[in-house]
Design a protein around this ligand. Structure first.
Ligand code: MTE
Ligand code: MOS
Length: 711
């Protein structure tokens, strides 16, 4: 094991374990010592309506009603497009769309006032059906080769549609933001978030002020998983507008039901795959991807891009035609969740390959292996796999851990009796870092190191600790490069007043991209180190020269500089009397390059893999015919715990990336991506070789299948 991989105690371990960490809801007063007002949102109860007016009850002294008319600047939260309002405009677009915020000193009184507001609506017809939705926020097409010729020459053709549901990030700490007006007319906004500079970027337009007049700080954050990428910009603008109107600090922390029902989730998807097969090989895919974007576009563009780029899987398919749409519906806007569109399309392509293999009478794993990409091959967007593709070795690693090949053969034999078993596999990647040219054209990351006279060094970067370990791994990289003990290097929560814009904490980019900037900065600092002096060094992102430039308009080029890889096997046992499934084992081989801290990385793999298994099996959330989310509590929306998968085995396989710090690649999201394919494939085997097309595949679905198939 490399020195850098050896595990240390996490820097935030002690304050978190002892309860001393201050989360946004823990502040007793504002920075100024002033009392903090509680803000609570008045939200739409209809999925689509014109708001004719709101009858606001009489407000006691010190209480305020804040809505779109109070926005000093543009009523637009800058995310990707400018369609998300701070407070609703003339219409509401989903149940939960914020209409106004009520603020005041006593939280119970604020709650009473929210409930006493009467919104007068003119109802409009909502669009709730993803399959029928007509309006697309984004509509992308790309491909390569000659799909029509391949279909014309095919021996066999297939046409199947796959569906996936919502998944909520279920961070332990719900969304919460606070705004404090400052004496000089500035606004200090802080709270639970992943991306300080996203919030910082959104505020000036809304407040109609100069960027220097706002600063944003990340409080200790109880998990994000993508859910605190865009939403804190919305909530941050709302509390800032409220604080401006009230002339006092305002904090809004969502309760769990509100958070589950009204904040972004993983996009439900519908993917239609048509495949042409000749001489036992897939020669063409025609793919139609629909993601349910919800009422506003928020992050759908980037989630959809990642999803469709991955839709061809880890396979060489000579001919591809793809269309991907983010469909507008009158439901909660969906956004980022660990994997970012990848889990949806990887599920579809893995199931498609499995079904074709079964029809051809060959084992799915062998069929997939016969199509694997390797170093030098083209990607779906005609970029290149520039580095070795370690999948064959990783398949062997999983096989050695669980006798995968033997069990697949065994469980494909006819089974009788109450308990039936199956084992499924998935092969996948996660494109490391931002999709496309974003890193080069949009983010342009900058990171700094400041050395103090006493010889300690502080990391100055904008990426947030959200549980993935950055407060430890960034200093580890710097300490290693400088040859300093870890105690001498610190990394605090980012404050835009102190740190440069090193980009958002998303797309598993922080460690790989910003970590490398810090490593380079440390090498520079080492070369010019002067004892007893204060020194500062800076590094800027530069694109690796091997990259084939990516053009979004043509969807061509290297969408990612490199890839992290995953192989999963999940073994299940179905009780045909009850429909309950026991997971006998979940095995993952993960290549994220060099682990910067082995325990942190294994923790990332175990947590992400388990989230993926939840997505595949029990996490079911749906809306009813009015567009109302039905599972808005932890007793309705179930997530797995360690007890659900006691035999979870995560193994690392190291294929170093020369442009990442010490060979590290993006790690955090990868382990979630492949679970649905492996789980549902295992269920197919246990259920006598049926073909399944959706995830999550729950106990109810299992029972339905048992009854229908007469098992
Ligand atoms: N792990 C924990 N414990 N908590 C989180 O919120 N977020 C995931 C992943 N692992 C998350 C996590 C997501 S969505 C991303 S994009 C990556 O961490 C971020 O890793 P990075 O900081 O290296 O980019
Ligand atoms: Mo992660 S979904 O990119 O925050």
């Amino acid at each position: 094991m490399e020195n850098i991989s050896r595990s240390v105690v996490k820097k935030d371990h002690a304050p978190k374990m002892s309860g001393r960490s201050i989360y946004v809801s823990d502040y007793q007063t504002a920075q100024s010592g002033e009392r903090i007002l509680t803000g609570k949102l008045l939200r739409s109860t209809l999925a689509h309506a014109r708001v004719l007016g709101v009858d606001v009850p009489e407000l006691p002294e010190g209480y305020f009603y804040v809505d779109a008319r109070d926005v000093p600047g543009d009523n637009n939260v800058n995310i990707v497009l400018d369609d998300t309002p701070v407070f609703c405009r003339e219409t509401v677009e989903y149940i939960g769309d914020p209409i106004a915020m009520l603020c005041g000193p006593d939280p119970d009184e604020v709650e009473r006032l929210v409930k006493a507001c009467r919104v007068r609506y003119e109802e409009l017809e909502p669009v709730l059906d993803l399959a029928a939705g007509q309006e697309a926020f984004f509509d992308y097409r790309f491909g390569h080769g000659d799909v029509d010729a391949a279909f014309a020459a095919a021996d066999k053709q297939y046409d199947e549609t796959f569906e996936t549901g919502y998944q909520d990030q279920t961070y332990l700490e719900p969304q919460g933001m606070m705004a404090e007006p400052e004496a000089d007319g500035g606004m200090y906004v802080h709270g639970s978030m992943q991306c300080v500079y996203y919030v910082h970027g959104a505020l000036p337009r809304v407040l109609a002020c100069a960027p220097e007049k706002v600063h944003v700080f990340q409080d200790v954050t109880g998990g994000g998983f993508g859910g605190k990428e865009d939403y804190p910009s919305v909530l941050g603008c709302q509390v800032a507008v409220a604080a401006r109107k009230c002339g006092a600090p305002v904090r809004c922390v969502l309760d769990r039901r509100e958070d589950l029902a009204c904040t972004s989730k993983r996009h439900p998807s519908l993917c239609r795959y048509r495949a042409a097969v000749k001489d036992g090989k897939v020669t063409a895919l025609e793919i139609d991807v629909r993601f349910n974007a919800g009422g506003y576009s928020t992050l759908s563009a980037v989630v959809l891009q990642r999803g469709i780029i991955a839709a061809q899987g880890v396979y060489n398919i000579p001919n591809l035609r793809l269309r991907g749409r983010a469909i507008k519906t009158n439901t909660v806007p969906n956004g980022a969740y660990r994997g970012f569109g990848g889990p949806q399309t990887f599920f579809a392509v893995e199931m498609m390959m499995d079904h074709i293999a079964r029809d051809l009478g060959v084992d799915a794993l062998a069929f997939k292996e016969a199509h694997l990409v390797k170093k030098g091959d083209s990607t779906s967007t005609e970029g290149r796999y520039h580095f070795p593709v370690p999948l064959p070795g990783m398949i062997d690693q999983v096989d050695a851990a669980c006798d995968l090949r033997k069990k697949r053969a065994l469980y494909s034999q006819p089974q009788t009796g109450r308990y039936r078993r199956g084992i499924g596999t998935s092969l996948y990647f996660h494109g490391a870092g931002f999709t496309g040219s974003g890193e080069r054209d949009l983010i342009k990351a900058v990171a700094k190191l400041r050395k103090y006279a006493d010889g300690t060094v502080e990391v100055l970067a904008a990426n947030g600790e959200i549980g993935q370990g950055l407060r430890t791994t960034f200093p580890k990289i710097v300490a290693q490069e400088l040859g300093l003990p870890l105690e001498k290097v610190s990394y605090n929560h980012p404050d835009t007043a102190r740190v440069p814009d090193s980009g958002p904490t998303v797309a598993s980019r922080s460690l790989m991209v910003v970590g490398e900037l810090l490593r380079r900065a440390a090498a520079k600092l080492k070369a010019q180190w002067r004892d007893g002096e204060e020194q500062e060094v800076e590094e800027r992102f530069r694109e690796p020269d091997f990259l084939i430039p990516f053009y979004l308009d043509k969807f061509s080029g290297d969408a990612y500089p490199t890839y992290s890889w995953g192989v999963n096997a999940i073994e299940v046992e179905v009780d045909t009397y009850t429909g309950k499934t026991k997971i006998l084992g979940a095995y993952g081989s993960f290549d994220v390059g060099t682990p910067i801290d082995e325990k942190i990385v294994i923790g990332q793999m175990e947590g992400g893999f388990l989230q993926g298994i939840g997505y595949a099996s029990i996490e079911k959330m749906a809306y009813d015919h009015t567009g109302r989310i039905r599972s808005n509590s932890f007793s309705d929306y179930l997530i797995p715990t360690a007890a659900d998968v006691p035999n979870l085995k995560c193994m690392l396989y190291v294929e170093k990336y020369p442009e990442g710090p010490y060979g590290a690649k993006g790690a955090g999201e990868l382990p979630l991506v492949g679970a649905p394919g492996a789980y549902v494939e295992a269920m197919e085997q246990a259920l006598g070789g049926v073909s399944l097309h959706h995830a999550p595949f729950t106990a109810e679905d299992t029972m339905d299948t048992i009854v229908k198939e007469g098992l």
